[in-house]
Ligand binder design. Structure first.
Ligand code: ADP
Ligand code: X15
Length: 398
């Protein structure tokens, strides 16, 4: 069934629950360190508030027990700054206080309810009918006339606030959700040839993306970088050294070496591996040809080298669509940012370019790169879409 959008919602004076993903990095004293995800939802919220909806915002922050598990008060303050409509904060999620806060809203006013994950059922995954019976959905749904899901970045989670409400109240996709689904769902219609650049540290996800893109001829070429490249180099028989081998084993990625080997055997001509890498020696960046590996025992492969950047840039210069996920090296350390900066810059020049992943988007902001056509708000959700998987919360909207 097609998903209903805000175009189908007559929002005036109605209580609309809006699930957003404003899960953000925090400073040591618990303040927002980055507001990109809040800014992403401004259009959806402003549209509803401009239509005189009474908006109750639902969101999570962090994971139970984690450093970034926090109240949403500073998120509410920041949204109040970003929106030209009043935004208040309620330190309850579904209790009488929360329901009263919603009942007291006038049209054009919003309240941010407390972190949904303060409540234990929200950190579990359920089929939608069961999710609709959880306390959060059961207690809150009667206070809402409609539900909007704009939380694309969390859409792969089958948690109550994401899949339960559509069982109980009319449900719609917000503008972020709508755009992400339109762009990432139409990857096979973007300009060709397509080049996927997969890097970063989530090797199993990246190998799956590469596999899907090659198998389904979505990508002509796949360029590997980051830890993913180290795994592919190991699969190609290169000795990546003691440190990087230990890193791969510590993360439990040994099996990925065999999967990478299978992909190399089948698609070797379309899979590009680094020809040089960077290590730290006496506190400095030193580049080594992959022919000269392994490095010294205490040296890890922390970036791709400049010849790799040049070779990958040549491929990207001929590319219709570049799909980018994962930094090429430890870009947080300036010495190992060159690979990421150089390859991302080259990718931004493609006719059309799509970027996914939290660290990837952070690197783009840090380097001040522009020119990407779509920077996804999602990491895991975007990766799952790029591997052709359905997202639980999107299915619930259908
Ligand atoms: N060669 C490398 N060795 C160790 N870590 C790396 C290497 N290359 C990239 N990384 C790390 O990968 C992390 C980002 O990976 P990932 O989480 O997969 O990206 P994203 O959030 O964009 O999906 C960064 O913290 C970066 O330092
Ligand atoms: O940050 C998120 O996902 P991401 O790390 O894949 O970008 C979402 O808010 C989901 O959070 P979760 O991975 O704790 O369920």
């Amino acid at each position: 069934m097609p998903i209903r959008t805000l175009d189908d919602l007559a929002a005036a004076d109605r209580a609309v629950g809006v699930r957003v993903d404003i899960n953000s990095p925090l400073t040591d004293d618990g303040r927002l360190a980055d507001d990109a995800r809040l800014r992403a939802h401004v259009d959806t919220l402003a549209e509803l508030l401009g239509d005189d909806a009474r908006v109750a915002v639902l969101a999570h922050q962090g994971r139970p027990g984690g450093d970034e598990f926090a109240r949403l008060e500073s998120h509410a303050e920041r949204l109040d700054d970003l929106l030209e409509f009043p935004v208040s904060y309620c330190d309850a999620t579904f209790s009488q206080d929360a329901r009263d806060a919603i009942a007291e809203l006038d049209g054009g006013e919003a309240v941010i309810l407390e972190n949904t994950r303060f409540y234990s059922e929200e950190y579990m995954e359920f089929e939608p009918p069961r999710a609709a019976e959880t306390f959060l959905v059961d207690r809150l749904a009667p206070a809402l006339d409609a539900y909007v899901n704009d939380a694309f970045a969390a859409a792969h989670r089958s948690q109550p606030s994401l899949v339960g409400f559509p069982e109980r109240v009319p449900a719609y996709a917000g503008r972020v959700m709508e755009e992400e689904l339109a762009v990432l769902g139409a990857i096979d219609e973007t300009p060709t040839p397509r080049t996927y650049v997969v890097g970063g540290a989530k090797v199993p996800d990246s190998v799956m993306v590469a596999e899907h893109a090659l198998e389904h001829d979505l990508a002509e070429d796949v360029l590997v970088t980051g830890v993913v490249a180290n795994v592919f180099l190991a699969a190609a028989g290169v000795d990546v050294g003691r440190e990087s081998t230990a890193f791969i084993h510590d993360r439990g990625y040994e099996n990925e070496i065999a999967r990478a080997g299978d992909l190399l055997a089948e698609y070797g001509d379309r899979l590009h591996l680094p020809v040089d890498v960077a290590v730290e020696r006496d506190g400095e960046r030193v580049e080594l040809s992959t022919d000269d590996l392994p490095p010294a025992d205490d040296e890890a492969l922390l970036d791709v080298g400049s010849e790799t950047v040049a070779a990958y840039a040549d491929v990207l210069a001929e590319t219709g669509t570049a799909v980018l996920n994962g930094p090429a090296g430890v870009f947080e350390d300036d010495k190992f940012a060159d690979g990421t900066r150089g390859i991302f810059e080259a990718a931004s020049g493609a006719v059309y370019s799509i970027v996914g992943g939290g660290d990837t988007a952070a690197a783009i902001r840090e380097f001040g790169l522009s020119g990407f056509d779509h920077v996804s708000t999602g990491g895991g959700a975007a990766l799952r879409m790029l591997t052709g998987e359905e997202l639980a919360a999107v299915e619930a909207l259908r």
